[in-house]
Design a protein around this ligand. Structure first.
Ligand code: SF4
Ligand code: FES
Length: 356
């Protein structure tokens, strides 16, 4: 089991494909250090093995080193998901000394202008190059998370070269997933089918060429897939997400689903919420599934796909994920992708706190 600890929504970047909710939480409402320490204790007792410190930008929390040290003391594997922008050599050393096991660094583009355009800030590429260097100097293994879309897929070869140059052991070629801000910017981000086919060829060739040097994770984006992914490894089966204000969610986008009630760690223990919360039980297992999933042999493989995507595309979170060719809305989903990718890309709507 894995815990995504969303420590904060504060972030120096404003990526238009951010999976955070459109309504971001303010720093003043965040959980305090003591509550996070209790969450980590409870997570370890519940059977969680890995904790992913995320955000927003988790480095915005001054207590990050304390939380990593506490997680390590609980026997949890710790991963930091970061933009890398606020990272100094001293802080990277402190994180490693606290017991951080691994860092996952995002990459917007391999050209400075593109990185700034896609990240909504200045001088991003140079600062990430420096972040990769200080993480490696601190002895931390890194994964590069290259977020790909219609505006940067022609740089995929260069992304792979950059991962090798940064000393990453793993590269995630992460096609944008359309939740949160990415859903709002879908037409500005959606690639064409030929772009996807070319990306698949590049990744296949690179995996052979870089065998033993770089592991490349690659998943075809849902809009061009024929079967859905097992989102979160199945709802309420392996994964929980605590958001910055303490709500415990079965996935990072679950607050988009109307009618679900989310319990908070301010009122209940993680174990109580995991076992009894109506939100975790709503789509757990297979009893809730409609046809064609209910009688499908893959229902315990992909768990009917993604609830948040089903909601976004059908208006019903309990519908079969339209990424599946057996969904009556699969053709419509494919048409949305084709039409949006063929049109002119609109301007980005950047991820911002209200009023900024
Ligand atoms: Fe998965 Fe449902 Fe499609 Fe079967 S019908 S492959 S369970 S989404
Ligand atoms: Fe919520 Fe897939 S993102 S279930």
């Amino acid at each position: 089991m894995a815990l995504l600890a969303e420590l904060t929504h504060r972030c120096p970047l404003a990526c238009p494909y951010c999976s955070n909710p459109l309504q971001l939480e303010r720093g003043t409402d965040e959980l305090d250090t003591e509550t996070w320490r209790r969450i980590l204790d409870e997570a370890a007792r519940l059977g969680v093995l890995q904790v992913h410190f995320s955000g927003g930008e988790p480095l915005a929390r001054r207590d990050l080193e304390h939380l990593i040290a506490h997680a390590a003391a609980c026997g949890l594997y710790t991963n930091l998901i970061t933009s890398g922008l606020p990272l100094s050599a001293a802080r990277a050393g402190a994180l490693a000394a606290a017991g951080l096991d691994h860092a996952q660094l995002s990459l917007q583009d391999t050209e400075a202008a593109g990185a700034d355009l896609f990240g909504g800030a200045h001088n991003i590429l140079a600062r990430k190059t420096e972040a990769a260097a200080v993480l490696r100097a601190a002895g931390l293994p890194i994964t590069l998370n290259a977020v790909m879309h219609r505006r940067n897929l022609h740089h995929l070869d260069a992304m792979i070269d950059t991962a090798v140059r940064f000393g990453a052991g793993r590269l995630e070629v992460a096609h944008v997933q359309y939740y949160g801000w990415a859903l709002r910017n879908r037409a500005a981000l959606m690639p064409t089918r030929p772009q996807i086919d070319r990306a698949t060829e590049i990744v296949t060739a690179a995996r052979t060429r870089l065998s033993g040097v770089l592991v490349i994770d690659y998943v075809v984006p849902d809009y061009y897939a024929s079967r859905p992914k097992a989102c979160m490894g199945g709802w309420g089966q392996r994964f929980l997400n605590v958001d910055p204000v303490g709500r415990v969610l079965p996935c990072h986008a679950a607050t988009t689903i109307p009618g679900l009630q989310f319990d908070t760690v301010r009122e209940k223990s993680l174990a109580e919420i995991w076992a009894d919360s109506t939100a975790f039980n709503r789509f757990r297992g297979t009893d809730w599934m409609p046809e064609p999933c209910r009688s499908c042999e893959r229902k315990e493989i992909d768990w009917a796909g993604c609830r948040c995507q089903a909601l976004a595309l059908t208006g019903d979170a309990a519908a079969t994920d339209p990424a599946c060719t057996l969904s009556p809305l699969h053709t419509e989903m494919f048409s949305i992708a084709q039409n949006e990718a063929a049109g002119d890309a609109p301007e980005f709507i950047y991820r911002r706190m209200d009023g900024e």
